[in-house]
Ligand binder design. Structure first.
Ligand code: ZN
Length: 473
């Protein structure tokens, strides 16, 4: 009986395969070697983190060559596009098994990172140190791990010879952290015929643990739209003088008063709830009030830079003549920026204060609704790989390159399926950015299945052309 019992599952699978018309060999090849993939991803990510792509200046050409060396070994065709000396973008493609009417899927991440204040880190931010199976490094989360998960999913599909029902593209961009001028924006302007995709998987949310919930349940937060950047520079000009004789024209006092009024104006700005947030709250009625959850629901502002003083260290007894603040405002879609600016200026109403807009989101994409075939494929992948978790659509509190692709009517889903606590996810852009390496393998399983399910040739997939949906969906 024993041989019969041990043989039985195999026979059943074979019988099912024959019934479904699937080649038994392709079934046998359907399970990647996850342990090997985990080790490869670790090695690739460490190599990637070691390339200092701090933006400015970026130097992404080096990282594009690095990714190309991996793709070349796997026999995946790719090209590098230099946008300006030292800055480059990489585009790889696995074509569909046969000419397909289905729009391609583009896997997108950015190679540049925000600068790191090396002397304040525990380990060298570009040393790729692994301590207790945690990888330390700038970009470990934002977004070199996203890129490596996407790359590994693509490589596995190539190795497994999985037939694709649509083209699969991978785009690694420069300059995301500084506006995208030499990266995604440049590629869409200069190489638009090569970026003929209908769907995009980009950075965005994570598999959050205890960010939205209290009970440890993991919530995969997929960004389906994003807030708008509205960066302000506020300058106060006053009366310099002796610190021992305070005057009513101290620019620091003027600046602080103005910032308070800006904040009050922003708080009073009524904005309709974004449909993605409405859906998030419907799925999670008892949502936690964490900084992340608050940021995606509300207009926000953070003072990121303050400049004042006379320029002499610890100059205690001289009142300076000017003070300046840089403020990072993030607005919900639907806020009329220039109406807000007008109301802010009215609220401050002080000719000693100037308010300038120094950075703003230029794109005007219309929200396409969250329930797309790409979102549905993610739900299926999570159900298969992490049954107790849930998937929610979110409005991304920060900005991403997705905005350029949404402007071209592509459906974008922003998610790196790494499981992270809020504390861990807050290390993006912070000191000591790091990633527990054990999270890579479960994230890869979700990414791989997500891409495979979406790209598999089915009769249904042939109807999955992106279409615009109303704001209310
Ligand atoms: Zn970033």
């Amino acid at each position: 009986m024993r041989p019969f019992l041990s043989d039985r599952p195999g026979r059943l699978i074979l019988a099912a395969a024959v019934m479904l018309g699937i080649n038994a060999l392709s079934l046998a090849a359907a399970a990647p070697n996850w342990k090997k993939a985990q080790q490869e991803m670790t090695d690739w990510l460490r190599g990637y983190v070691r390339i200092d792509t701090s933006n400015p200046p970026g130097n992404e050409e080096q990282s594009a060559l690095y990714l190309k060396s991996i793709l070349d070994k796997e026999g995946i065709s790719c090209e590098i596009f230099v946008s300006t000396p030292g800055r480059a973008n990489l585009l790889a493609r696995i074509p569909a098994k046969s000419a397909s009417p289905d729009p391609a899927l583009l896997l997108l991440h950015h190679m540049d990172v925000v600068p790191a204040q090396k002397d304040q880190w525990k380990h060298d931010p570009f040393g790729a140190v692994v301590e207790n199976n945690v990888l330390w490094g700038r970009g470990a989360l934002d977004t070199k791990s996203t890129g490596i998960l996407q790359l590994m999913a693509m490589v596995l599909l190539q190795r497994q010879k999985v037939p694709l029902g649509r083209d699969l593209l991978l785009l690694a961009c420069a300059d995301e952290e500084n506006g995208g001028k030499w990266g995604a924006k440049w590629m869409l302007e200069q190489q638009s015929d090569r970026l003929n995709a209908g769907y995009v998987i980009d950075e965005g949310g994570f598999g959050f643990r205890d960010v939205f919930t209290y009970d440890g349940q993991v919530v995969y937060a997929c960004a389906v739209d994003e807030k708008k950047i509205f960066g302000l520079k506020v300058t106060a000009r006053g009366q310099s003088g002796h610190g021992s004789i305070p005057n009513s024209d101290n620019p620091n006092d003027i600046l602080m008063g103005a910032i308070r009024r800006l904040e009050q104006t922003l708080i009073r700005t009524e904005t309709p709830l974004h449909p993605a947030v409405r859906e998030l709250e419907a799925r999670l009625p008892d949502i936690r009030r964490t900084p992340y959850a608050n940021a995606l629901k509300n207009n926000s502002m953070a003072i990121t830079t303050l400049r004042s003083g006379t320029g002499v260290d610890d100059d205690m007894n001289r009142i300076p003549a000017t003070a300046e603040a840089i403020i990072d405002c993030r607005l919900l879609p639907g806020v009329a920026e220039y109406d807000l600016l007008y109301r802010m200026k009215q609220a401050v109403n002080d000719d000693r204060v100037t308010i300038e807009v120094i950075r703003r989101t230029q794109t005007q994409a219309v929200y396409m609704g969250y329930r797309t075939p790409l979102f549905e494929a993610l739900e299926k992948s999570v159900k298969r790989n992490h049954a107790s978790a849930m998937v929610v659509p979110i409005l991304l509190p920060m900005s991403s390159d997705s905005r350029f692709f949404r402007d071209k009517n592509m459906v974008c889903c922003g998610l790196n399926p790494l499981e992270l606590t809020e504390e861990e996810s807050m290390l993006m852009h912070a000191l000591d950015e790091r990633l527990p390496l054990a999270r890579l393998e479960p994230a890869l399983k979700i990414m791989y299945d997500w891409v495979r399910l979406f790209c598999q040739p089915t009769a249904k997939a042939k109807k999955t052309r992106p279409r615009k949906q109303g704001r209310g969906s």
